[in-house]
Design a protein. Structure first.
Length: 340
């Protein structure tokens, strides 16, 4: 009997349990109502009296060992089971919300891509400018109202004036000073004007200005380039019209309108029943500007144009309040998700 007990003890110790099924098998085999420990207990009556006490103790210990192994293994198995539940690899992944490009970036990129198709390169320059690049080289007379404190954020006044650039024409001055014609460049960037913030004006906005200088560049080239741009940006049906205007750095100068994108020129409340929407300023580069930038105006001519990115975006997306572009309201920005 003793040796039988120790054999079963070894068996119990070595019994491998890796699953709930094996655990149940173990329970039935050693602890069940027809299990081995029960069977041994029932054999106790055949043991001689003087050995009963010792054998009884051994049997009790054996049953305790089996029960302990059962309980402990059960604990291990059930905790690893809940671990498995936590890690369900078949569950769909968590959705990470992807951000979107800012509408002004979308429009700026589109403008750049339209002009790069016809050979324009992108040039950039500093937002803090000196008087020469922002005004003087561009033929602004000293008393010109645009230099006035009302329009310009001055950083330093006096002999060497430093200001936040009021347009990216300043970048074009830098390009003209540093390269030789033919020049085909567009200058996107942020510009600053000292204006009260409202739905229609802001103290900063974005521009893309263009410049083309070569031998024999004419006003007809300018017109054709702008028509190409309008039709690429607003669709084949878009038409343009030019109205005489004035800029110190261009002569002659014009404001450009496109046929209203909403009513196709018939007249609606967006175009104030005129059929036309103003989109940019342009003109032939003034010979004074070419000479100031080291380009011989007796050999070369050129045209320049400048547009507000906010204005183009407004016409494209019908955003009526300029302030929305810089308020970072996620409900506004989310609407441009489909943009690339
Ligand atoms: N620089 C002008 C502005 O900021 C725009 C412009 C550029 C007009 C080039 C004509 C030619 O308003």
């Amino acid at each position: 009997m003793k040796s039988k007990i120790s054999e079963i003890k070894v068996e119990i110790d070595q019994f491998e349990i890796n699953s709930i099924e094996q655990l149940e098998h173990f329970r039935i085999k050693y602890l069940g109502s027809k299990g081995l420990t029960k069977e041994l207990f029932s054999e106790l009556k055949n043991v001689p009296n003087e050995q009963k006490k010792e054998i009884g103790q051994l049997l009790n210990q054996l049953r305790l060992d089996a029960e302990t192994k059962f309980e402990e293994t059960k604990k291990v198995l059930s905790s690893s089971k809940s671990e498995e539940n936590k890690l369900d690899l078949t569950r769909p992944g968590e959705d990470h919300e992807i951000g979107s490009h800012h509408p002004l970036s979308l429009v700026k990129r589109e403008i750049i891509s339209i002009f790069s198709k016809i050979g324009y390169e992108v040039s950039e320059g500093p937002e803090i400018e000196d008087d020469w690049h922002n005004f003087s080289a561009l033929n602004f007379p000293p008393e010109h109202p645009a230099r006035d404190m009302q329009d310009t954020f001055f950083i330093e006044k006096g002999e060497k004036e430093i200001a936040l650039r009021t347009h990216t024409s300043s970048v074009q001055v830098r390009v003209m000073e540093n390269s030789k014609p033919p020049i085909r460049t567009i200058s996107p960037g942020r510009v600053y004007r000292n204006e009260a913030i409202s739905a229609r004006a802001h103290c900063f906005f974005h521009q893309v200005e263009g410049l083309y200088i070569d031998k024999g560049v004419s006003f007809a080239d300018l017109k054709q380039t702008l028509l190409y741009f309008a039709q690429e940006m607003f669709g084949e049906k878009a038409q343009i019209r030019l109205r005489p205007s004035y800029f110190p750095f261009t002569e002659p100068s014009a404001e450009v309108d496109i046929s209203c994108t909403l009513c196709n020129g018939k007249g609606c409340n967006v175009c104030k029943y005129s059929g036309w929407l103003e989109i940019l300023g342009c003109g032939m580069v003034d010979p004074n500007v070419l000479d100031a930038c080291g380009i011989d105006s007796t050999i070369y001519t050129g045209f320049a144009f400048g547009m507000g990115v906010e204005r183009i975006a407004q016409l494209k997306y019908r955003v009526t309040d300029l302030r929305l572009y810089s308020e970072n309201d996620i409900r506004f920005l989310k609407q441009f998700k489909s943009g690339m």
